[in-house]
Design a protein around this ligand. Structure first.
Ligand code: 26V
Length: 834
């Protein structure tokens, strides 16, 4: 058995150097053929391009691996501080295009394949998206990794290698059907299994206390059911800087002992069943729905990730420093991506106390100077709580530690607010009624030295609302870190036409310094530049139109305005508001009042959590309306509605370069940040949006003459809510009345009576939390302004250019610099110096 992990110290690396690999087309071609033939054993490539894809990945990975090892050596040599990004989700998408871009060998790889008569684009199509995330939160983690590597920041991602990622969405009669995502079926050529760094994770059992000969109390967590955690590493290359960081994903496996025990008891079947139970832990990514809250397997996943990652780091530390943890907090920082890995707080306490013999105060000192927490939601129903009863059976020792954290924390609260029992109840890590539950966000706040939100508005609302008491107790702990996206994937790689146009005018520095895009501002009125800008957009629209036709069967005219809303389907994001406006446009054309409308295709895409019935009904509604509109000859060339099936990262890479209008229309105060809004902006789409999340900062950057603003503000909502009467809003608005009449009359569901009743009722509900009716008029008017603006081609192009030009601050390079300046304090790796 391989049981001696490589330490991060220098060891024998010097003895194992090889001559560097060529980055030219010849070398790439010969290595690809080598892998295709000698490793994969394939004779021809014409029948299965997939193996050529695998061969090219291996050739590319070799070139990364060389730099990867050097980066790890640099890190070991420098002994600098590192950050660990703990996240249950990493929505990586495809890796090949970005690896080639960052290595600077896209043209060389393309030329190598040309010689085989194969197009690099077709090879890219062979790659399965690594869909190990639900949406924004997981994709943000992936963008962070790209930016950290590019900035040379030593940051390792720690996550779970789910056997099945985000489900695939198929449509059946307009309804979403979920299908498993077997992304690992053909093997995943990017990963390297590191069996020697496996860890053992404990579950169940009981806690035993005993005194040693010195009279000191020791704690044993015994009779546990152990599960192995096996790490798989994926290289994360920086942009042309020779830095390669790591994404380490843990996979669960049964321990040998587990098998043996059952086997000795004479039941082979039970042994295999036990193995299954262990491996179940990393079987599937949970979709984010309320119905998935409180599932025991999800808690197992969270503990599995936290414990495996911390043990991995501590084992490495102990190999180099023995039991001396004095410097540990100067060398490590753990960034918690939402509360999902917050169980790392008590787990680090447990490891330091029970496994390394530290007292409470020392362990708490280390924990609270290494943990930092990022909140990603204001929706109360998305805040995690775990039943105490579940902890009792699954993680009894961890529960004891949480109780102790709470006792000490509440003592601090009563020192701050003497005699205030109400506040003790409010701030306790344990919610008492109706069921005893652990409030994971509070645990994360108490255990961390930094707590941040993900956009200015969101961070402000956290401090004034959800976490108000905590912000009052520890005002300096709270801060904002506005999200971003990586321009390497979201402009350079996915929009080569625009990237070339931009680089031709202002040079290539924007690829690592997005603020450079400001240099486009003076070109916004240049008519030649405008024409070239429009040509690129048109090409991207043509490319997307072909893709949509192949997926939906509907031909799309790229001359029409592309009005796009793609994101998870959720009531707060208000796809329904978009649908109401679509019906309104349809109604205007039918009643002969649509002559001054620009031809428009409305594209909506996104997945609904499998247990979220209302969101699923929205998908069905969109598809039914699409069917009516798209088959009505009167709509031809004037209005189209399309539901984009199986929306994912790779789909967005086609969609955002082709969008004219970006829909960011959530109810104010509900979207923490949004990041799709930034991808669209960067690619020259103009936003129609509410004052929510990062839209506020987008508006500030671009100016209100380049943004279509509408809707109630966070400040206005509470007062409007008090007397909210959607029916009277409908009654007093002729357009709204007509829209509702079409819905009420079953115009979109003639042969399926009643199926939209709950959707329609929600619009009329005075308690509607999303206040869709309240924003109808504002939205329709703003859309009207969009329609008029779009018809002035030159002024629209100007807006488009300015949106891209002012998107500089929405790079994750800026976000990561902010995290590093205020939270992590890491030194850059000496890229390329070794
Ligand atoms: C909740 C749950 C509940 C139980 C099962 C699995 C699961 C998975 C995720 C979540 C919470 C999701 C929170 C989230 O995705 N927030 C999004 O974060 C983005 C990045 O900061 C931000 O742009 C979006 O506005 C925000 O909705």
């Amino acid at each position: 058995m391989i049981d001696r992990p490589e330490t991060d110290s220098l060891g024998d690396v010097e003895l194992l150097r090889l001559p560097p690999l060529g980055l030219d087309a010849d070398s790439i071609l010969s290595d690809s053929i080598h892998y295709h033939r000698r490793m994969l054993g394939r004779r021809t490539f014409r029948t299965h391009e997939h193996f050529l894809y695998q061969a090219l990945v291996h050739a590319t990975r070799d070139r990364l691996t060389e730099r990867w090892i050097e980066s790890r050596t640099d890190l070991a040599r420098g002994q600098g501080k590192r950050a660990c990004y703990l996240s249950l989700e990493f929505l990586m998408g495809r890796l090949l295009r970005n690896a080639l871009l960052n290595l600077g060998i896209t043209d060389e790889a393309s030329e190598a394949l040309d010689r085989l008569g194969v197009k690099l684009e077709d090879v890219h199509e062979q790659e399965h998206d690594a869909g190990l995330g639900n949406g924004g939160l997981g994709r943000l983690a992936a963008c962070f990794l790209d930016s950290c590597a590019t900035l040379g920041l030593p940051v390792t991602g720690y996550g779970i290698r789910y056997r099945f990622g985000m489900f695939h969405q198929r449509l059946e009669n307009g309804y979403q059907v979920e299908e498993p995502d077997s992304w690992l079926r053909e093997g995943y050529p990017w990963e390297i299994e590191r069996i020697e760094r496996r860890q053992t994770i404990k579950f169940g059992g009981k806690v035993k206390r005993f005194k040693d000969s010195m009279g000191r109390v020791h704690i044993d967590w015994i009779d546990t059911h152990d599960v192995l955690a096996i790490p798989y590493d994926i290289p994360i290359p920086g942009y042309r800087n020779d830095v390669v960081n790591t994404l380490r994903l843990w996979s669960a496996a049964a321990t040998d002992e587990f098998d043996l025990e059952e086997f000795n008891a004479g039941s082979y079947g039970d042994a295999v069943a036990a193995k299954n139970e262990a491996e179940n832990i990393t079987m599937v990514l949970y979709p984010n729905a309320e119905t998935e809250n409180g599932r025991e397997l999800r808690l197992r996943q969270q503990y599995f990730l936290a414990s495996a990652s911390l043990q991995d780091i501590i084992a490495d530390w102990a190999r180099q420093n023995g039991n001396d943890f004095d410097q540990f907090a100067d060398k490590y920082c753990f960034q918690l991506n939402d509360t999902h890995p917050a169980i790392a707080v008590p787990e680090l306490m447990r490891l330091l106390m029970d496994e390394h013999g530290f007292g409470w105060d020392k362990a708490w000192q280390v924990t609270t100077s290494t943990m930092a927490y990022t909140n990603h939601t204001l929706l109360p129903e998305a805040l995690e709580t775990w039943p105490v009863a579940m902890f009792e059976t699954l993680l009894p020792r961890v529960l004891e530690i949480i109780y102790e954290i709470n006792v000490r924390f509440l003592a601090e609260v009563s020192r701050h607010w003497p005699g205030d029992l109400e506040i003790l109840k409010r701030m306790s890590l344990i919610q008492e009624t109706p069921e005893k539950k652990i409030r994971m966000a509070y645990l994360a706040i108490v255990g961390s030295y930094s707590v941040n939100g993900v956009a200015a508005l969101h961070s402000k609302l956290l401090q004034q609302g959800l976490f108000r008491d905590f912000a009052e107790l520890w005002p300096t702990k709270f801060n904002n870190k506005t999200n971003g996206v990586t321009q390497r994937r979201w402009l350079a790689a996915c929009n080569p036409g625009l990237a070339d146009l931009i680089s031709g005018r202002i040079g290539e520095d924007w690829v690592t310094d997005l603020e450079q895009l400001e240099k486009l501002v003076p070109l916004a009125d240049d008519s030649d530049f405008q024409q070239e800008w429009r040509t690129v957009k048109q090409d991207n629209k043509t490319r997307l139109a072909a893709n949509i036709e192949s997926k939906t069967g509907y031909p799309v005219d790229p001359e029409m305005m592309f009005d796009v809303q793609v994101k998870r389907i959720h009531e707060y994001k208000r796809q329904l508001l978009n649908v109401l406006h679509t019906i309104h446009l349809y109604d205007r054309i039918v009643r002969g009042d649509g002559d001054d409308l620009p031809p428009r295709v409305i594209i909506i895409g996104g997945k609904a959590a499998p247990g979220y019935d209302m969101a699923k009904a929205h998908i069905k509604l969109i598809n039914n309306i699409a069917e009516v509109i798209n088959t009505d000859p009167a709509m031809r060339g004037r209005l189209q509605l399309l539901f984009y099936p199986d929306y994912n990262v790779s789909a967005m890479e086609l969609i955002c370069p082709a969008a004219d209008l970006s829909e960011q229309i959530s109810t104010a105060g509900k979207e923490a940040s949004g990041t799709g809004n930034m991808k669209f902006m960067m690619n020259g789409a103009v936003t129609i949006g509410t004052l929510d999340g990062a839209n506020v900062e987008i508006l500030e950057a671009v100016g209100d003459e380049n943004f279509f603003l509408f809707g109630l503000t966070v400040e206005e909502i509470p007062a409007v809510r008090e007397t909210y009467d959607p029916q009277s809003i409908i009654d007093n608005d002729r357009d709204f009345r007509r829209v509702m009449r079409l819905l009420d009359n079953g115009h979109f569901n003639h042969f399926e009576p009643g199926i939209f009743d709950s959707v329609i009722a929600a619009v009329r509900d005075p308690q509607d939390p999303w206040m869709t009716a309240a924003d109808f008029r504002g939205f329709v008017d703003a859309q009207d302004a969009v329609g008029r603006a779009y018809q002035d081609t030159s002024s629209w192009t100007r807006m488009s250019i300015l949106n891209s030009a002012r998107s500089g601050r929405f790079s994750t390079d800026r976000t990561m610099r902010d995290y590093n300046r205020d939270i992590w304090h890491l030194e850059k790796l000496n890229a390329g110096d070794s």
